[in-house]
Design a protein around this ligand. Structure first.
Ligand code: NIG
Ligand code: FE
Length: 417
């Protein structure tokens, strides 16, 4: 099927000249096209034609994009959206002075959500996740990563990944499931780290890839979670089995996660709120994407990751919500983009690269997504505004009019005429 998306005021291509990521200064170069329309065939971008020439092109469908700026569909590359229960009680305790780490040490935090997930059925978890995915779609998100990590047992991690996988066919966007069994030690293994590592390494990792429940493995390298030696063991096995790797590291303490990440050539390192200058320089030179999560800093009232330094030293930076019930209860990627501008001093252009091509790279999907280029999937977010600065300036307002996945309009914002 052939379709034309005609007359947008601009097409922000985020073309990276074949690299499929942008580092340092390149993040500011979005390569916009004006007075052009996009031709799509069978869900793939076929051509760009000058508006003056569209009458010569025949197509089964024509979409009028007048008054919109077309961006690549946004890529949300780091979420913990599959969970049950609420942690509003912890939120209130934090307002009274308790810290996130103190709450975790006292048995709250991730363990509390784990209890809620273990007590929920597959059907209940599906029902909870469905509107969260719809909410991301309304913002212009066309690819969404969702981690497990709140089951923390053989049965419950599989259940959670089955819930996430259900939405590969039940939602209209691309869902990327990630196994985060190494999120924290569950209570029954608190004094038996070897036993839990054995469960992950020898049972879950082989089962999940064999049963096609995920191709991605993540871990939380932190004093209160997994040591760098423990992550090293998990990653060594995961890599042998063919998984792609990611790592939560340097959120509260640097416990050597970055070196393990570099050693195993992970796709991304995520968080980095407390990264040292020495590690920052190493990371900025590498091919690894730094996924920054300013929603966590905002929600926990904590320090922000050094986005400016990473970009100024030529790093590859992406942004994400880290949406989860404890450290970033913010299911809004546009708000994260706005916080990144105000609190991390990223420019509008850098922010757009960070939630498109670089976020796609963090997921290993940037050959087909993350930019508007011939041969890539026709995934677009069309914002009703005159300049990209409006997307950042209108804090808390969704200017996304259409979300388009593989050439089909899957969301049309009724609030925007
Ligand atoms: O990315 N850092 C670890 N995991 C999540 C928090 C999960 C939770 O508190 O439930 C994060 O911040
Ligand atoms: Fe996270």
């Amino acid at each position: 099927m052939k379709a034309i998306f005609k007359n947008p005021s601009q097409i922000i291509t985020v073309n990276s000249g074949g690299l499929n990521y942008k580092r340092g200064r390149e993040m500011s170069v979005l390569n916009p096209l004006i007075e052009h329309s996009v031709v799509v065939e069978n869900g793939i971008i076929k051509d760009f034609v000058p508006n003056s020439a569209i009458s010569k092109i025949s197509a089964e469908m024509t979409f009028d994009m007048k008054g919109t700026i077309m961006l690549p569909g946004l890529i949300e590359c780091h979420t913990h959206s599959a969970y049950a229960g609420s942690r509003s009680d912890e939120f209130l305790n934090r307002l009274k002075g308790a810290t996130y780490e103190e709450i975790a040490k006292a048995g709250g935090g991730i363990t509390s959500t784990m209890q809620s997930v273990r007590n929920s059925s597959f059907e209940e978890l599906v029902k909870l996740l469905k509107p969260r995915i719809a909410h991301f779609i309304s913002q212009g998100v066309t690819s969404l990563e969702i981690k497990s990590g709140y089951g923390l047992s053989y049965y419950d991690e599989i259940k959670l990944l089955q819930v996430i996988n259900h939405f590969k066919s039940a939602s209209r966007i691309e869902i990327i499931p990630t196994f985060l069994g190494a999120h924290t030690y569950p209570p029954e293994y608190k004094n038996d780290h070897k036993g839990y590592l054995n469960l992950i390494i020898n049972e879950l990792l082989p089962y999940l890839i064999k049963n096609k429940l995920t191709e991605h493995v993540d871990a939380f390298c932190e004093e209160t979670a997994f040591s760098s030696e423990e992550v090293d063991k998990i990653f060594a096995r995961a890599k042998k089995l063919g998984y792609k790797l990611r790592l939560h590291t340097d959120q509260f303490k640097d416990v050597g996660g970055l070196d393990v990440a570099i050693k195993h050539k992970v796709l991304s390192v995520d968080h980095l709120e407390v990264i040292s200058d020495e590690n920052l320089s190493k990371l900025a030179k590498s091919e690894i994407v730094s996924v920054l999560l300013p929603g966590v800093s905002f929600f926990l009232d904590h320090n922000y990751a050094p986005a400016r330094e990473l970009i100024d030293k030529n790093g590859i930076v992406a942004l994400s919500t880290d949406f989860n019930p404890g450290s970033s209860h913010i299911p809004n990627l546009q708000l994260i983009m706005q916080i990144a501008s105000l609190k991390m001093k990223m420019s509008c252009e850098e922010i757009i690269s960070a939630v498109t091509i670089n976020a796609a790279r963090a997921l290993g999907i940037s050959e087909m997504s993350g930019s508007i280029e011939i041969g890539k999937q026709a995934d677009f977010a069309a914002f009703k505004c005159e300049s990209i600065s409006e997307i950042i300036y209108n804090i808390g307002i969704n200017l996304n009019k259409y979300t388009i996945k593989k050439g089909e309009v899957i969301f049309n914002n009724p609030e925007i005429q």
